[in-house]
Design a protein around this ligand. Structure first.
Ligand SMILES: Cc1ncc(C[n+]2csc(CCOP(=O)(O)OP(=O)(O)O)c2C)c(N)n1
Length: 367
């Protein structure tokens, strides 16, 4: 167990004052501290490569070291700017990585996390990044030493934190839920009733996939087949596009705002082909609900203009539960590539199933 207050103190003593990263459930307590900082001290990034790059920019402006946080699954996104810009043998730009270690050996986690968790230390070694694993207060000495090393050698260093290690002196107040918009479960229930038997749904990482699984089994709704994107956050639309180019059946991409932002360029790939059978639905709760509710800022995006300029032919929006059936029917009947934005309220449901037997899911989806 480690108090987040003690962890932050080490960073403070070393005058680390800029933070950027992609939220992670393991680092929820860390997020709850940096989320209170002003935007010149903390910036949530759309993906981990972007976070590393923001850290590089910070160093170029201030000659000071940034702290970049991420889940270990995001190391894949981070590797390009780490190796090609910041690495000791390239520009040698120092940085501190704080990595939430899902799937650490000995833990019980989802299959995709177990795979990444097993190779995380090997990846850091390959990247020539010195690291420490922090489990308790006494490990902070190692972390402190590493930060000094980064400063002295202009190098990247990392600390890894496993699930359930970070605690806080301050109790988080339970989030107040307003429920003025659409409830994700309601929307998914109606979607599953309206789609045809041969429809395929590709659902994005986190709660969207888990709610889809839950609604399907609780309500025994059998129309369509689901492919849950348990990882590969931000790639649901690209997977849907890849299928759509080969298939005549309707494909529904059920996306989240954090996920859309992560690899937003894929909206451009799809836009100009007039993919009649591909229906892109964004469940916009303006947050990374699955990992603690950190804000994405997606409510400030004008998706009507954005989707139109990227080649989508129609944009529809659902703002409350009463509109779901009518607008969704209209959306599914569109004969051109269309974008549906659904304004949802976060629900922070903790009682959601997790996709388990992934090869069965894949086989049944392909059938
Ligand atoms: C590359 C990568 N970075 C971070 C994560 C951790 N993560 C899982 S779900 C999620 C939030 C997704 O946000 P959004 O798409 O808005 O869906 P919501 O959680 O709101 O349902 C994050 C950051 C991840 N799985 N993969």
């Amino acid at each position: 167990m480690l108090l987040i207050e003690d962890f932050m103190m080490v960073l403070k003593r070393n005058k680390i004052s800029f933070f950027t990263g992609v939220p992670d459930s393991v680092l929820k307590k860390f997020s709850s501290v940096v989320d209170t900082y002003k935007s010149d001290r903390h910036q949530i990034a759309v993906n981990e490569g972007s976070a590393v790059s923001l850290g590089i920019g910070y160093y170029l402006a201030r000659k000071k070291i940034a702290c970049v946080y991420m889940q270990n699954s995001g190391l894949g996104n981070a590797i390009n700017p780490i190796i090609s810009i910041a690495h000791k043998k390239v520009y040698s730009i120092p940085m501190i990585l704080v990595i939430g270690w899902r799937g650490s050996p000995g833990s019980i986690d989802e299959p995709q996390h177990m795979v990444k968790g097993k190779i995380t230390l090997k990846l850091l070694k390959l990247l020539d990044i010195d690291y420490c694993v922090i489990n308790e207060k006494k490990d902070l000495k190692k972390f402190n030493k590493l930060i000094r090393e980064a400063k002295k050698n202009n190098s990247i260093v990392a600390c890894l934190i496993k699930n359930n290690i970070l605690k806080s002196k301050i109790k988080n107040k339970p989030k107040k839920l307003k429920n003025t918009k659409v409830v994700r479960e309601n929307f998914i229930k109606i979607l599953l009733k309206l789609i045809k038997k041969n429809t395929k749904i590709i659902s994005s990482t986190g709660h969207t996939s888990r709610v889809l699984m839950k609604v399907r089994s609780d309500k025994k709704l059998t129309n369509g087949k689901d492919f849950y994107m348990v990882g590969g956050m931000g790639h649901s639309l690209s997977v849907s596009l890849g299928m759509n180019l080969q298939s005549k059946n309707m494909i529904v991409c059920l996306d989240g705002d954090g996920s859309v932002l992560m690899h937003m360029g894929s909206l451009f790939t799809g836009g100009f082909k007039n993919n009649v059978n591909l229906k892109h639905i964004l469940l916009n709760n303006n947050s990374h609900e699955s990992v603690g509710g950190q804000l994405t800022g997606a409510k400030n995006i004008n998706f009507r203009l954005l989707s139109r300029s990227l080649g989508y032919k129609n944009y529809l929006i659902i703002k409350n539960n009463e509109e779901i059936s009518k607008v969704l029917k209209k959306f599914l009947a569109q004969k051109s590539y269309s974008f549906l934005e659904v304004l949802i309220d976060p629900t922070f449901d903790t009682n959601l199933p997790r996709p388990k037997n992934l090869s069965n899911i894949k086989n049944s989806f392909i059938k």
